[in-house]
Design a protein around this ligand. Structure first.
Ligand code: BEZ
Ligand code: FE
Length: 329
């Protein structure tokens, strides 16, 4: 781009009241319509935030210093910015907007930092956890589409902590993955495995996000849960988790991941199931029927939801690929 060819809109006499429209005007040179829209809304909300809170210079600098610390603690395996997004409720909000779910399908939840790509692929029925102190749990699930048809051969990542509330990657000497696996649904959409009953645990809170939680008088705990991630061509990628009912943190999850439809009651293995799955009768049992949404249904729902949300806000926009952009026609 030759800078001498770009027509910069003139700006002068910038004031508290006209700075926003000036920043938006100069940013509107951007040719990417979606980026232009996102920047316009970001600058508008950011400036309104400063005007509304009467943000002091000291507070502005404290905020910047905090973000600097968040950046400084990040490494390839520690993403403090995502953690910050998690504890502010932004991660779950974005997931819920971008992966809309029709009634009856399985809702998504936060991914968290403990998914890895080195989990072993295990056959149905295998054990995913080798923690002798964990309470044995039989997990039997089905996977279907929104019409109730079984989905065969989906790649399913499953991960959970050990009985002390630590993921395998949180141990310095980790040599092989544990408490995790990749599994495939069979022709009837069934997948099942042996695990341990999940326990509550704190999110990493030894950094700036932990300090912020403390200052806010918030605890860092997540309620007991097991993570599931589903991938199958033609279906919207689903990142979710199941939460145990009556966990002490069920209604105060540090990262807002709990949704009613994902809360489960554990049962006990019946004599018939004990024989069928070769586990002791009376052992804890988790059953769940997961439902994936097709890519096409997701695209349509995303566009419909965008239109409804933007109409409600009274914004004159176009919806392109399910997302709002400025309407210049
Ligand atoms: C987790 O469930 O693994 C998790 C989610 C968000 C932040 C930290 C941990
Ligand atoms: Fe987790």
């Amino acid at each position: 781009m030759d800078p001498s060819q770009v027509q910069i809109p003139p700006m002068k006499d910038l004031t508290v009241d006209n700075i926003t429209e000036n920043v938006i005007t100069i940013n509107s040179l951007c040719e990417d319509e979606r980026m232009k829209y996102v920047l316009e809304r970001l600058v508008t909300h950011l400036h309104d935030f400063a005007r509304e809170t009467r943000l002091s210079s000291t507070e502005w600098m404290t905020g910047l210093q905090f973000l600097t610390e968040v950046g400084q603690i990040c490494t390839p395996v520690r993403q403090e910015f995502i953690l910050l997004s998690d504890i502010l409720g932004l991660s779950i909000l974005v997931d819920s907007i971008d992966h809309p779910k029709p009634p009856g399908s399985t809702e998504g939840t936060v991914l968290g930092p403990f998914h890895t790509h080195d989990a072993e692929e295990l056959p149905n029925g295998d054990a995913i956890s080798h923690d002798p102190k964990g309470e044995p749990l039989l997990v039997v699930c089905t996977l279907r589409d929104t019409e109730g048809r079984p989905i065969e051969g989906a790649k399913i990542d499953i991960w959970e902590t050990d009985s002390t509330g630590h993921y395998d990657v949180q141990y310095a000497g980790r040599e092989t993955p544990d408490g995790r696996c990749v599994m495939r649904s069979d022709a009837e959409g069934i997948f099942w495995f042996k695990a341990i009953t999940p326990v509550p645990y704190p999110i990493p809170h030894d950094g700036p996000v932990g300090k912020l939680l403390k200052k806010l008088h918030r605890h860092p705990y997540r309620p007991s849960h097991m993570h599931f991630m589903f991938e199958k061509e033609g279906y919207d990628h689903l990142i979710t988790a199941l939460y145990l009912r009556n966990d002490p943190y069920e209604t105060s999850d540090a990262v807002f991941g709990v949704k009613d439809s994902l809360v489960v009651d554990l049962a006990k293995v019946s004599p018939e199931m004990a024989a069928k799955y070769n586990v002791p009768e009376g052992q804890a049992l988790l059953t769940y029927d997961f439902v994936l949404v097709s890519d096409e249904e997701t695209r349509e729902l995303r566009a419909t939801n965008s239109k409804i949300a933007l109409d409600k806000l009274g914004r004159k926009v176009k919806i392109v690929n399910g997302l709002p952009v400025p309407d210049l026609d």
